[in-house]
Design a protein around this ligand. Structure first.
Ligand SMILES: Cc1cc2nc3c(=O)[nH]c(=O)nc-3n(C[C@H](O)[C@H](O)[C@H](O)COP(=O)(O)OP(=O)(O)OC[C@H]3O[C@@H](n4cnc5c(N)ncnc54)[C@H](O)[C@@H]3O)c2cc1C
Ligand code: SF4
Length: 495
């Protein structure tokens, strides 16, 4: 049964009243129930774009933080890609000292309000958490991400974010290409060292995938904007509608415009298609286009949007990752009657976060497992009329370790659909490579960098995030932005 935030808060308050932070025993900590994340009622939220997870109350966050055993060997920290002092910030949260908690968080992560919402904690810090292990249930691990989110939101709402100190001007200039999490982190850390920083963004809005990819109902755009405002307040100049490689090449930036170093965080924004017949029909979208038109161009606002999406009745989303879940849940909110996730393997092999799959199911998204598309069928006007799918069974594991889907010949069948969203992955855009031949890339077009410094094969040019890792995660992009910034600061100091 759906419980409201108020109901969950009353239960948490009762638990909190039973314990004192100073005297609580290990056994008592282990006995505290995991706190449920308050969420909008599924029946209500499919009709709006507002955030699904509403966030813990103060009582809930303190109760959840009390569940942490403060392990001496800190396995959660080892599971965190940026080594946040997790027991440290959780202890402060348990004591209700959120100002100290955010200060600890910000030592390692520039964007805790974003990471607390979108990081896949269940395969990182929470996977290794002692409580989850002891209870043999990952869902029982301490909800590190939710506590992180609360502390970051508390700091934002109470104007209690730690001030960023900026070193005296060095006279050096750094260009940041791309305004996603890699670029934002690199820009902040380079600016802190006193360098002049200009960030160039191809789109008319900054924020990268955080703004144009991840939907509002998972990550409110006002939160991303606040982080960008912080950057501007630090003195970073953000130039929009500026496509590096076209507007100016990297060589122009360095040889003509006087930039001493460049960080490329241009992401992996080039959608992949399947190469099956019918992919050029009207009503076929890449997940990138679909989500960008919804998030960035407000296509869901049918009355006012300049580029509204037409009203689909039955949508097939091909793929089983987070992007596919975002596209399917967006389609539902855009008014589709039925939305299907079509995936070649079973739910067990799906790369999407468990929480996203759970939310999608709650919202009425249907899952057609063990089916692969072989053709998109059109009507006489060139519009999508159906999809031909072939049934699969699972074979031996492939290179990814997941069992390979094997098509069952002769099992093809046509299903009615009027829209298709292709969500089978993204590659990097080749523009910068094409216009900067010195930069070496691998066979997928990702920049090859030094592991320690994120330096590319071109002097003074560094890179990080999805352009290096391939489509990865926000926290990994941030981690690389930070690593590269340190190397850029060292490089400039030695010039
Ligand atoms: C729909 C979707 C959902 C996702 N959900 C999650 C999630 O829940 N959790 C998670 O951890 N990760 C998620 N990811 C992945 C995550 O968002 C990315 O790994 C991360 O944003 C990569 O950061 P980045 O800074 O490298 O690149 P991006 O965020 O892609 O930003 C790159 C920026 O560079 C700009 N750019 C590109 N080329 C140029 C150029 N030539 N000149 C100027 N600017 C340029 C782009 O317009 C873009 O704004 C999701 C991705 C998508 C697409
Ligand atoms: S592993 Fe879990 S219980 Fe142990 S310190 Fe980390 S969050 Fe706390």
């Amino acid at each position: 049964m759906h419980q409201t935030r108020e109901q969950l808060d009353v239960q948490a308050k009762e638990i909190l009243g039973k314990f004192s932070y100073d005297t609580i025993t290990m056994k008592e900590r282990m006995g505290i129930p995991a706190q449920e994340m308050p969420a909008q009622d599924p029946a209500v939220r499919v009709c709006n774009m507002e955030e699904v997870a509403i966030g813990y109350t103060e009582n809930q966050v303190r109760v959840e933080a009390l569940r942490c055993l403060q392990c001496k060997n800190r396995p959660c920290v080892q599971g965190c890609p940026v080594s946040i002092d997790i027991p440290g910030f959780i202890a402060k949260a348990a004591a209700g000292d959120f100002a100290s908690a955010i200060s600890i968080l910000k030592d390692s992560s520039l964007l805790p309000s974003i990471c607390g919402r979108v990081c896949p904690q269940e395969v990182q810090c929470q996977l290794t958490c002692t409580v989850g292990k002891a209870k043999k249930d990952i869902d029982q691990a301490v909800a590190i991400g939710r506590i992180e989110r609360f502390c970051a939101d508390w700091a934002r709402e109470n104007n209690a974010e730690p001030a960023m100190e900026i070193a005296p001007a060095t006279g050096k200039k750094v260009a940041i290409v791309g305004s996603g999490p890699a670029g934002v982190t690199a820009a902040a850390d380079v600016r802190r060292a006193g360098h002049e920083v200009v960030m160039f963004e191809a789109l008319h809005k900054a924020g990268g995938v955080l703004v144009y990819g991840i939907p509002e109902f998972r990550l409110p755009k006002a939160i991303v904007q606040k982080e960008l405002d912080n950057l501007t307040a630090m003195g970073v100049d953000i130039e929009l509608d500026f496509l590096v490689g076209r507007t100016r090449k990297i060589h122009d930036l360095m040889d003509v415009d006087g930039f001493d170093a460049v960080f490329v965080g241009s992401g992996a924004g080039l959608p992949r298609f399947m190469g099956i017949p019918g992919e050029n029909l009207v009503g076929v979208f890449s997940a990138n286009e679909y989500l960008t038109r919804s998030n960035l161009m407000k296509a869901y606002d049918h009355e006012n949007a300049q580029t509204p999406l037409f009203h689909s009745k039955k949508v097939a989303v091909f793929g089983g990752g987070n992007v596919a879940m975002d596209a399917a849940r967006t389609a539902k909110r855009l008014g589709a009657d039925e939305v299907y996730i079509v995936y070649r393997r079973t739910e067990e092999e799906m790369p999407a976060r468990k929480e996203e799959v759970h939310h999608a199911k709650e919202e009425g998204i249907k899952f057609l497992m063990l089916h692969a598309p072989v053709e998109i069928v059109g009507d006489e006007k060139g519009k999508v009329a159906g999809v031909k799918l072939i049934t699969c069974e699972l074979g031996e594991p492939d290179a990814s370790g997941r069992r390979r889907p094997v098509e069952i010949q002769g099992s093809e069948k046509i299903y009615d659909f009027d829209s298709v969203v292709v969500s089978i992955g993204n590659s990097s855009n080749p523009l910068i490579k094409q216009t900067t031949p010195e930069i070496e890339v691998n066979k997928w077009g990702n920049f090859i960098v030094d592991e320690e410094t994120c330096q590319t094969s071109m002097k003074g040019v560094f890179a990080g995030g999805d352009i290096v890792l391939g489509a990865a995660t926000v926290i990994l992009a941030m981690g690389q932005g930070r690593k590269a910034a340190k190397a850029i600061n060292d490089y400039l100091a030695a010039l």
